[in-house]
Design a protein around this ligand. Structure first.
Ligand SMILES: [Zn+2]
Length: 305
């Protein structure tokens, strides 16, 4: 009798200790585990709302739906290890990214079409759903191309979107909304195998400022559109720095007439087009950070009068 009661008390104390330890762990580890600023999962124009928890056919919505054009590049929000998952009819072509921070991310409804007509003929394979060389179990770098936006699984025939989930602890999805809001948008996915020639960009936007730094002169534009030398093009919305060298060609145009120009003509708000020298796509160049891109040519639009 006495023994069983004391055993009961021991169990009770142990259970309380476990509970306290468990909640302390969750408090200390979970929120600090997710990187403060992720890379945004979709490259190019997209939109999303905080639809986490919204009622859906199968229960509360476990992520945020990021809506964007068909086959928009989908990239790694942080460095981590990828697990490809193709056997869920509901998720369709999906993948898990186990971030180096311990945070787990799900990318669901990746592309399964060969054409934009929702043919469902592509399958969950490399080059259609997943990046051409992505392998199951591969470790990827932040910003690296993982796959392409689509409508596989129970999103079939609906709007192309990535259902994105964030799990601070495995199996416990939280709303990714505040991280998506703060995430940094890439101009271009980080891809290997682009060849030694690299990739150049033509960026359209408006002049934000001309900045001087120890490294030289930089034109800062608010970019709205990008076309890369591989033919890909995206609507974008971010500030991009490009270094201006003595050999950078600066042109001004009034109407259709082009003539030699000067950097002093780059007044804030003026429409501008910048061509950049080819680079290897890295996180730094894909973010258009200071010093990462060099302008070969700048075309400034002058007011008509
Ligand atoms: Zn969803």
């Amino acid at each position: 009798m006495l023994r069983s009661r004391s055993t009961g008390i021991v169990f009770l104390v142990a259970a309380i200790a476990l509970l306290v330890a468990g909640s302390a762990d969750a408090r200390v580890l979970a929120p600090s585990g997710v990187p403060k600023r992720l890379i945004f999962p979709v490259v190019g124009a997209s939109h999303f709302t905080n639809d986490f928890g919204a009622p859906r056919g199968q229960g509360a919505h476990q992520g945020n739906d990021i809506i964007g054009p068909w086959r928009s590049p989908v990239v790694a929000v942080e460095s981590g290890t990828v697990t490809l998952w193709t056997s869920s009819w509901r998720a369709g072509c999906m993948l898990w990214l186990d971030g180096d921070s311990g945070t787990r991310y799900a990318y669901i409804h990746l592309n399964n079409d060969l054409t934009s007509k929702n043919d469902n003929e592509g399958g969950c394979v490399q080059g259609i759903a997943y990046a051409p060389t992505l392998a199951d179990g591969q470790h990827v770098q932040q910003g690296e191309l993982l796959g392409f936006n689509g409508d596989s699984g129970d999103a079939n025939g609906g709007v192309n979107h990535v259902h994105f989930e964030l799990q601070e602890r495995r199996g416990h999805s939280v709303s990714p909304y505040r991280w998506l809001r703060k995430a940094r948008q890439l101009l271009y996915p980080v891809v290997k195998h682009v060849g030694p020639q690299g990739i150049g960009f033509r960026l359209k936007g408006t002049v934000h400022a001309v900045r001087e730094s120890a490294e030289g002169t930089h034109l800062v534009i608010k970019a709205t559109f990008l076309r890369a030398t591989d033919g890909s093009k995206y609507d974008v919305d971010r500030k991009v720095f490009s270094t201006i060298l003595p050999e950078t060609v600066i042109l001004a145009k009034k109407g259709r007439k082009k003539k030699p120009g000067k950097l002093t003509m780059a007044k804030p708000g003026r429409p501008v087009t910048v061509w950049t020298a080819p680079v290897q796509p890295t996180v730094e160049t894909a973010l258009g950070k200071l010093g990462a891109l060099t302008a070969t040519r700048v075309l400034i639009a002058l007011p008509r009068r």
